[in-house]
Design a protein around this ligand. Structure first.
Ligand SMILES: *Cc1c(COP(=O)(O)O)cnc(C)c1O
Length: 428
């Protein structure tokens, strides 16, 4: 991984990104000013946002959040965004439903309360709108004029839409063989969409090269050179879940893993809420979910390894198909530290779980949601997830984008428009 040298039009030390004060290396703690960089110049470790929350008083902060807008900007005091973020044109994602899933709970044998955090309700129908909204603010602060990304599908659509809304150019890169729903969703907003002949890992490598080239000058890649900012958006999932539970921590959360970024930031968000006194300090467990056809992290977890060995993905859960997940080792740490686990399910189990969630709760999830629900079921069966505890399962995307996964679902019967014909069909 190369250290980034992309110049910003504004010196990093003077940008206004709210409570964010610096970038800090997750490995060695080395600090650099806020800028469009993602790797530590000392040790090449990943950079993440450091904050100053010291001025916040718990009750004042809680009231300020509760009085905020019904989107992620209610948490602006805890995010790397300027204080006036809600006044700028953006998609205002978040504050999605936390659905109490009693029918699904009965089916899975969960007695402690089961909830689905349904992020299909975001503006481009996946959780990616949360992370792109953060990256957009960083792109504005650093003076980028083109918004870009490497994507497994959902991110491309979220970047295209956010750029359209913000009046920026977008040019995004995806593997050439994605689901049609994802391709249309990424193209419709009028930006450039480039299919690359290769896997997501090839696409990502290509984008890293483009950043270092004059051809990529002035480009903010939301998940590459803006990755530290982008990643913070996933904290809002943790904030919302706790606030929607009445400022309570759930006991267990099941999170899908692509690069692993989301899972690590859900953990960071929960820890911040504890440190800020917004929730009680008690243990919680984080579980990671993968598809068997792309399960580098669960394979390492089960083998007791600290190193994640890359895989070549082959699964219908294409939004999670990252064979070389950047945050894999951190996910392993969190699953082990919190007493959770990382598990995987087959494509067949993914499809069954999509249908189960739709049938029990009226939520049509994309394949990633099938992965989390399927893994939840498996974790209960193998005794790793406690059905007597409050459990939240993330659905991160909309089933309309992955219709092929449930091909064959359709008409119960075709009849003539007569009562006789209806009776014959046996549905009366
Ligand atoms: C991107 C994505 C995720 C998780 O991504 P991470 O890279 O692990 O942060 C989960 N679900 C869906 C639907 C996604 O598109």
């Amino acid at each position: 991984m190369a250290v980034q040298t992309v110049a910003s039009s504004t010196p990093g030390s003077t940008v206004d990104l709210g409570p964010a004060t610096a970038l800090s290396c997750r490995e060695c703690g080395h600090r650099v000013p806020l800028g469009p960089v993602f790797a530590c110049e000392e040790c090449f470790g990943p950079l993440e946002i450091a904050y100053d929350f010291s001025a916040y008083d718990t009750e004042t902060l809680r009231k300020r959040i509760e009085a905020g807008p019904a989107n992620i900007w209610r948490y602006a005091p805890l995010l790397p965004v300027p204080a006036d973020v809600a006044d700028k044109p953006n998609l205002n994602p978040g504050w999605t439903k936390l659905v109490k899933a009693d029918h699904l709970a009965a089916e899975l044998g969960v007695t402690g309360g089961l909830y689905v955090k349904d992020d299909s309700g975001n503006p481009t129908h996946s959780f990616k709108d949360r992370v792109v909204a953060q990256a957009l603010e960083a792109a504005r602060a650093f003076g980028f004029t083109t918004l870009s990304c490497s994507s497994t599908g959902n991110l491309a659509g979220a970047v295209g839409a956010a750029a359209a809304r913000a009046g920026l150019r977008s040019c995004v890169f995806i593997p050439h063989d994605l689901e049609q729903g994802k391709v249309v969703m990424a193209a419709i907003y009028g930006g450039d969409l480039v299919g690359i002949e290769g896997t997501y890992d090839d696409v990502n490598r290509f984008c890293s090269e483009l950043i270092g080239d004059p051809a990529g000058e002035g480009w903010g890649f939301v998940n590459v050179n803006l990755r530290p900012y982008y990643a913070e958006g996933s904290k809002t999932l943790a904030y919302e879940i706790c606030e929607q539970l009445g400022w309570r921590l759930p006991d267990q959360i099941v999170v899908p893993i692509a690069s692993g970024s989301q899972l690590t930031k859900v953990d960071k968000g929960l820890r911040e809420l504890i440190e800020l006194g917004l929730v009680e300090d008690k243990p919680y467990k984080i579980f990671g979910a993968q598809a068997e056809g792309c399960s580098p992290v669960s394979t390492a977890f089960k083998a007791g390894h600290d190193v994640v060995r890359p895989q070549k993905p082959n699964t219908i859960a294409k939004s999670l198909a990252i064979g070389n997940p950047a945050d894999g080792p951190y996910v392993l740490d969190i699953a082990r530290r919190t007493g959770g686990a990382v598990e995987d399910v087959t494509d067949e189990q993914v499809v069954d779980a999509i249908k189960l969630l739709a049938r029990t709760e009226g939520i049509f999830a994309e394949t990633a949601g099938g992965v989390t629900v399927g893994v939840t079921r498996k974790l209960i069966e193998n005794g790793l997830l406690d059905p007597t505890k409050t459990t939240v399962v993330l659905n991160t995307g909309d089933g309309l984008k992955t219709l092929d996964a449930v091909a064959g679902t359709g008409l119960t019967a075709t009849i003539r428009p007569t009562l006789d014909s209806f009776r014959e069909a046996g549905l009366a």
